[in-house]
Design a protein around this ligand. Structure first.
Ligand code: NAG
Ligand code: NAG
Ligand code: NAG
Ligand code: NAG
Ligand code: NAG
Ligand code: NAG
Length: 660
């Protein structure tokens, strides 16, 4: 796929200015129509573009201006980075409008993100686009220079925390500033500096959405890169190890002019044909997978409407494996290669021809649910990239055989460590702390930061895999649900999941939401700290005793430290662990509305100065609070302790479970 072809296909002109650390880009697309030069619309457009520079500087760096009458009205929008001097801002916008008039003589709609002497955005169209989100990537670049003394794990962690904070500030619901600049210490005398900005016409919700797309894109293009920037039509992000804007002055660090910053100097720009292709290929592959699977419910048609013709150019091969290849890689699914059983199938270790170790999930042919879940998992997981999620490398579909090929994660699951006292001892508090943090980042990504809101619905210790460094990776998305962008609660008549981790409203009413995952996460926190499985508790004296109710009793007795696994008690900061238990209790509150959101939880976990609210009694589902338990065969708690156990209960059974 040559660069020229890509350009032809999307009718996008890319202006990549190499040499200094500047990269600018312009899209002027015939897709949205052409006009006859010097017609009424053109005259309106020219008049509008000529007033933009002064309107922007007169209005604090952002302006929308439209001139003329429908249908020839010209709508314009422009902005500068906050803190840009008036003259510089005005010059930048003037240069942009000149380029637009020159390069887009007949295109009805165009965008220019200029990054030379300064940085500014100009857009125009014959339709009102104010307030609407445009996520098209205009450019992305990263510094190829790496300071190798920086620990990459710590870099990525600090980076994610900083960017999360910046999004919150820039897109705050109560007081959106539409930009944020911030610094976070990476280690003594090394800071990450970050900057984000949204077009001010957006709602705070769409501003968040746009900035999250940037953060996401970083994960796939530029992860671990110590400097770079990503620009979309509606927002912008940049990060460096040095203060690259005057806005950081509040931290009393001198501004390093862009051109002197040696980190960026060498090879600042990195938009190659491959990268441009990647921008287009990633969504296209997913689309192709969907088409190949004849998938009906795909909602985000925009993804392929934006690139209507590329579908022909890509094939599913990139993610589809030949059945024979996988058969060979797993020694014909031999018993010796079996890693375990997950929801809806068995998991085998395999080694591909090129030596890559993989985990292959073979969906059971008999399970009636298999196919739907299979497609769901492919669609959901293929789109996700996060270091706390297991990566899906591909799939194979041949007749009844449905296989999912995942990266291989060597250290088994959290479950394996928790149930066995001799293994549990290997998990010191630092490791457990890191596992809890990683799981929270993974869920946060599913809930907020990925392109879609995803609810996992089956978070449990056996679905948390551990890599060689004991970093957690969430697995098994077979039951994940993609939520529509504005949807917060859904209902299902078929409750799937694992008892012990499911919140009461899900078991009794089939209702699930992000807060269902929060509940499961709360149970995980309590299990990780206590070293006990929620399901390993039993009914004593007519009282339901599971981990959740046990912890509540300890809370009432003011004896939360009693929960802590004796194996870590010696070597941990008791106050910190008690704080984590407290957070766990907040996650398992009976009323979903009382449970914090994942982003709040993440903040509570990482910022000890945040005061935690007092919890109410938790919700649970082995029975009702007055003590009458009910358990059908499927609910026998200890069934889920040894192997991963997925139960599927229809509504009739649920009713017998004794709704509250
Ligand atoms: C914008 O222009 C295109 C063609 O140039 C035309 O098809 C479209 O109807 C116009 N839109 C509006 C809102 O006038
Ligand atoms: C548009 O008008 C300008 C100024 O009147 C003129 O110089 C130019 O040649 C015209 N362009 C076309 C395509 O008619
Ligand atoms: C754009 O600029 C014009 C002229 O200064 C002003 O009247 C208008 O209110 C501005 N609009 C916005 C959204 O800033
Ligand atoms: C966000 O942007 C989309 C796409 O432009 C628009 O349809 C939607 O109304 C916006 N949503 C909100 C909450 O502003
Ligand atoms: C990087 O930091 C992580 C977590 O702080 C640590 O576990 C790891 O050993 C460090 N790696 C190197 C190469 O120093
Ligand atoms: C950047 O260049 C300056 C001198 O121009 C030098 O002192 C400094 O060590 C360099 N920094 C890096 C990270 O290379």
């Amino acid at each position: 796929m040559g660069i020229k072809k890509m350009v032809d296909l999307s009718i996008v002109f890319w202006f990549v200015l190499m040499g200094s650390c500047a990269v600018s880009s312009q899209t002027c697309s015939k897709r949205s129509g052409v006009f006859t030069p010097n017609n009424t619309y053109d005259l309106n457009r020219q008049a509008m573009l000529s007033v933009l520079p002064s309107s922007v500087t007169a209005n604090d760096g952002f302006n929308t201006t439209s001139i003329g009458q429908e249908p020839n009205k010209a709508y314009g929008l422009a902005m500068c980075i906050p803190g840009t001097e008036t003259q510089t801002c005005s010059d930048c916008i003037m240069a942009s409008t000149r380029r637009l008039l020159q390069n887009c003589p007949e295109e009805t709609e165009a965008t220019d993100w200029r990054n030379r002497e300064s940085l500014c955005l100009v857009r125009y169209s014959n339709r009102s686009f104010y307030g609407s989100l445009n996520e098209d990537t205009m450019w992305r670049q990263y510094n190829s220079a790496l300071d190798t003394s920086v620990n990459s794990t710590e870099f990525v962690n600090t980076w994610e925390d900083l960017m999360g904070n910046l999004i919150d500030t820039a897109a705050s619901k109560s007081n959106p500033k539409y930009y944020a600049a911030g610094t976070k210490e990476l280690r003594v005398s090394t800071n990450i500096h970050g900057f984000m900005q949204c077009s001010k016409d957006l709602t705070s919700w769409n501003c968040t959405e746009c900035l999250r797309q940037n953060v996401n894109e970083y994960m796939s293009c530029c992860r671990g890169r110590q400097g770079g920037s990503i620009a979309r039509s509606s927002c912008f992000m940049r990060w460096e190890l040095y203060p690259f804007l005057g806005l950081f002055d509040s931290q009393a660090s001198p501004e390093v002019p862009e051109d002197q910053a040696n980190t960026t100097k060498k090879d600042g720009i990195n938009i190659s044909a491959g990268e441009i292709a990647a921008i287009v290929v990633v969504p296209t592959v997913v689309v192709t997978v969907l088409l190949a699977l004849g998938f009906g419910f795909w909602r985000r048609r925009r993804v392929y409407q934006a690139f209507p013709r590329e579908r022909k150019c890509f094939h599913t091969e990139s993610v589809q494996f030949d059945f024979k290849t996988i058969e060979a890689a797993t020694s014909n699914f031999s018993e010796a290669n079996k890693l375990g059983a997950g929801g809806f199938g068995e998991v085998y270790k395999g080694i591909l021809m090129n030596g890559t170790e993989v985990a292959v999930k073979r969906l059971s042919k008999t399970s009636g649910q298999g196919e739907g879940e299979f497609k769901n998992e492919v669609v959901v997981v293929a789109k996700l990239q996060h270091r706390n999620l297991v990566r899906l490398l591909g799939f194979s579909l041949q007749g009844e055989e449905k296989l999912l090929v995942y990266e291989f994660v060597p250290n088994k699951s959290l479950d394996y460590f928790l149930v066995d006292a001799s293994k549990r001892i290997l998990l010191d508090w630092t490791t457990r702390h890191n596992i809890i943090g990683g799981i929270s980042r993974g869920i946060l990504y599913l809930h907020q930061d990925s392109r879609l809101k995803i609810i996992h619905r089956d978070l449990k210790a056996s679905n948390i895999l551990l890599d060689a460094d004991m970093n957690p990776k969430i697995a098994d998305f077979g039951m994940a649900r993609i939520f529509g962008m504005d949807q917060t609660v859904d209902n299902t008549s078929r409750v799937v999941g694992t008892f012990g981790y499911m919140p009461p409203e899900y078991v009794t009413h089939g209702q699930f939401s992000m807060k269902s995952d929060v509940y499961s996460f709360g149970v995980l926190i309590l299990e990780i700290i206590s070293g006990k499985k929620n399901s390993s508790f039993y009914q004593i004296d007519g009282l339901v005793n599971n981990l959740v109710t046990y912890v509540w009793r300890l809370w009432e007795d003011k004896s939360l430290p009693d929960l802590i696994d004796p194996g870590i008690k010696e070597d941990c900061n008791i106050d910190e662990v008690v704080r984590y238990i407290h957070i766990g209790l907040l996650c398992v509150q009976e009323n979903p509305a009382d449970r914090p959101t994942m982003s709040t939880i993440h903040q509570m976990l990482t910022t000890s100065s945040i005061t935690l609210p007092v919890p109410l009694p938790p919700g649970f589902f082995f029975g009702n609070r007055s003590g009458t338990t009910s358990s059908s065969q499927g609910l026998e708690p200890n069934q889920s302790s040894s192997k991963s156990f997925t139960c599927s209960v229809d509504e009739a059974t649920i009713t017998e479970v004794n709704p509250r």
